[in-house]
Design a protein around this ligand. Sequence first.
Ligand code: ADP
Ligand code: MG
Length: 585
Amino acid sequence: MIKIKAQKTESIYGGYFSRTVLIKDWPNQVIRGFTYPFNHLHLGEGIHTKITYVVGPAKIKWNLWMEWKEKRIRANVEAEAGRSGGMPRPEEVKALQAIEHLKRSTAYSGSEVSDLWCFITVTADTRKSLNNAVKKLIHELKTKMQIKKVIQLKKRQHRAFANTLILNNGSNDIIKEYPGRLMDEEAVTAFYPFLNGSITDNRGLYFGHRVADLSVVLQDLTAGEGNKNITVLGASGEGKSTFLKSLCNSAAGDNWKVVIYDVDGEFYEWCQEVGGLWVDLSSHTGRYQDPVKIAKRIGDPREDDARYANAAARTAKLISILAGGLTTEELNALDRALMKCWEDVGIVRDDPSTWENKGASIHTWYAFLKGDQSPEARSLAAKVWRYFEGIHSNMFSHEEEIDFDNEQIIVFHIAQAVNNQADTLTGLAKLTMALDMGIEHSRRERLKGENWSLYVFDEGQRQTKIDLISDVINFFATTVRKYNGVACCATNKTNVLWPETGGSDGGKGLWENSSIKILFWMEESAMNEVAKRADIPKVVFDKLKTLHETKQFIIRTDKGYDVLKLYLPPEELKLYKTRGLKKGN
Ligand SMILES: Nc1ncnc2c1ncn2[C@@H]1O[C@H](COP(=O)(O)OP(=O)(O)O)[C@@H](O)[C@H]1O
Ligand SMILES: [Mg+2]
């Protein structure tokens, strides 16, 4: 319980001095972003400011009285303007404009009108610095926001302060006494990020229910030209993975292709339930997709003609990772063996009709490499021997036929690669294959032009640390819009988003290229980090601080902010509850 001591000119609580002032005079017109200076007030070292908006339905009604008032002012203004040398009074012109504006917006666009009050509470640790800060505040308001009149409420500090508390025991005497500023909906929105009706689109994927009125919020991720990537931030246990799963579910239901890079096997149950393809890339299971296999034709020459070269590049990349790098000569040996193993089954470079011939594999490639007696072929064979004949020969033991084009949901389980990076290159090699498949898949999907695709990375703080994945996240974030795709990444560590704090390209690319941000509650330090680097109003963080363990989150889109919560049927929630695979899966 905070003890507040009422004083004449300030409240004192917890040893701090604070004064609350009420803004009296607003400029005639405000636009979105108008409150930016509010959220960036620098009144001095150790000075804290809090902005409180109180909004209520306007008392004023567009009635006969307003009608009459408008007519009377208009008559005055017109009479004055019509007189030679006449000059209407500026206040009257201003009033007339305001009335006309309100009439237009309420009568024609169905907008509501509200009364708005804005309190600013300044807190300091001494009375002297409080006085200085308030002086500075008044000056800043005047110069930066054209706010000329501020009511200091000198003798009413206790009540003024109470008016700014959320649980204020209904003490609204101050707002009763001082009329608020009458505004239409649009103007109010310019002040308060959360008041924009709702940010929902008419169609799209389910993002949650709006906490304010429990209306459903959809986002149409296919609309417009810009990216619709999503970054999800929040501390552990706040609901990030649940959000991702719900989004995947919604996307799948809307015929999207969904590709998930799953670190802990969190998506296993969901994947089984919806009949998705579970691609387990844990090294010890020995599953792999053969890079030597040339992809099926999709009927678009841009992709079809490149299939031979793509398979060659894929193979070279995989072998290069396993070999720990290749010399030019070794690369030549790799190519020679590849061409031979293809020719062996009748695949000819210049005849695409032969490209889907069966029989070539990474194993036949290795056999041909061993048959090549040149020194470079022998040195390459020695480098990759352990993956074909040595300790890691089980790496290529079970080929996994993945018919990507016909799968709607694909989950890559990449635990091994992420957890044991230093241990072995096999996990990394498989990861590369999986990531390349994802990229190739997105390219093919785009050319077919049928579906939208969602690429999901949970545990982003771990995934962005691996260079290979980081590059792919960056690729998706910056280019996936062209491929009719959306990238979505969740992280509980915000530092991975900025290079200055140790972030990689993946994190940075995603943060800068995600028009939708989802903010769950996070630790103070993480919130401060975000506040420092992102242009998010202070009121949003103030709200965010109250969302701990509520499963509510703040969504930011180009339309503004809103507070949402997922309302999920119990069976769906149960399905999402799995936290990682049990050992053995
Ligand atoms: N909207 C929600 N309604 C009810 N329970 C939820 C909701 N969102 C998350 N949960 C529950 O909260 C717990 C933590 O959620 P989770 O998504 O795993 O968090 P995170 O991924 O951020 O660590 C889970 O048990 C989950 O079922
Ligand atoms: Mg999680």
